[in-house]
Design a protein. Structure first.
Length: 354
């Protein structure tokens, strides 16, 4: 840290992204990326855009916003496109939280919420999940602040039904509720259909997981035209060209290839079910994941021990050392082959540590 850093950032604890090691070829099951490449249409359209990189991208993202709005069943002024969904989440912290309106979220959820709150200097309150990691909506009903709910949640994988979110929206008409649906395509229920009815709902999604575009950085928010106008005001005050030309083109290609998207989601769900069965056979307890990852703990091996031993054997999973979840690992669902290797390596670790 230099002596020049302003005081407000000196205490900031930045988000720790999952490892992206280069020294060795790991089977990467630690950052919830897709094992499949982007749609061929996305690749082709992004390539074609490379020739035009001397020009700025369209700051309104008109064509992509139009297609996305059509897919979501909302009008064009109900969507905003961002540099990954992290960016729209940050915009929501900037727009809807301050000293009078704290951020409210679960104690075990996406770690970036706390960082965004701290970055923006806004107070936050963490509401503990229940013992089984489920989220009790009643505890958010009197929440005196802007609510952030990852649904399905990370790293637990658990999902709330849309009716539960609707109960919260009805009871909190004067507070914004942000529903982060990064993993919704793997078995969750999207709240996008509620955005027309509830002017306090912002739904956030990403192309990073189910559309295999984590490297392109494309996310979006869906909400009432008034909410989108707020977020656009913040966007134009930070970086109007937040979505680059190649990403925009790739997004159009990905959205045009519905079949590829559906098939990949189906394969991940099948691979998840297979891996869950195999893990249960060898002594793991799992949450009922509706995502592209599995949250698992072993009856004998500690969470960190398993993480380290798997790393030695060339398989990277994600371990969090926070108290209630330290015995768990979050394992991204990859290809069938990757899942077979994972199970085989875990079996050999169990054998070696008998
Ligand atoms: N929300 C949740 C719950 C996540 O796990 C992630 C991925 N780390 C994100 C949002 C952000 O994803 P991206 O910025 O790649 O869209």
């Amino acid at each position: 840290m230099s002596k020049f850093l302003t005081e407000k950032y000196q205490k900031l604890k930045p988000y720790t992204p999952g490892e992206q090691p280069k020294e060795r070829a790991y089977i990467k099951l630690n950052t919830n990326e897709s094992p499949f490449p982007p749609s061929p249409q996305a690749i082709e359209r992004a390539r074609a855009e490379a020739d035009k990189l001397m020009l700025y991208p369209d700051p309104e993202c008109k064509e992509l916003a139009g297609l996305l709005a059509e897919k979501c069943g909302v009008s064009n002024d109900c969507v905003i496109l961002t540099n990954g969904s992290d960016e729209v989440l940050n915009f929501a912290f900037m727009a809807y939280c301050d000293g009078n309106t704290p951020a409210v979220f679960a104690d075990i959820t996406y770690g970036f919420y706390k960082v965004f709150a701290e970055l923006n200097g806004v107070p936050y309150r963490e509401i503990p999940l229940k013992e089984d990691f489920s989220l009790c909506v009643d505890e958010y009903i009197q929440a005196d602040g802007t609510v952030f709910i990852a649904n399905p949640n990370a790293p637990t994988g658990l999902a709330l039904p849309r009716t539960e979110i609707e109960r919260l929206l009805k009871a909190n008409p004067n507070r914004v509720v942000v529903v982060d649906e990064a993993y919704v395509d793997f078995g969750g229920e999207s709240c996008i259909p509620l955005t027309e009815k509830y002017g306090n709902l912002l739904v956030v999604q990403t192309f990073s997981k189910s559309r295999s575009m984590a490297g392109a950085r494309l996310g979006f928010g869906v909400g009432s035209p008034a909410l989108i106008e707020d977020l656009t005001r913040v966007r134009y005050s930070t970086n109007p060209y937040n979505v680059n030309k190649m990403t925009m083109a790739a997004g159009l290609g990905a959205l045009s290839d519905e079949k590829y998207f559906q098939e990949n989601c189906k394969t991940i769900i099948e691979n998840r079910a297979w891996t869950e069965r195999e893990l249960e056979k060898i002594g793991f307890t799992l949450t009922r994941s509706k995502t592209n990852f599995i949250f698992a703990k072993h009856e004998r091996l500690g969470g960190e021990e398993l993480y380290l031993k798997l790393k030695e054997k060339g398989v990277l999973v994600r371990h969090f050392s926070a108290p209630r979840i330290a015995e768990y690992n979050r394992i991204t669902v990859g290809s069938k082959k990757e899942m077979e290797i994972l199970i085989e390596r875990i079996k050999s670790i169990l054998e070696e540590t008998k």
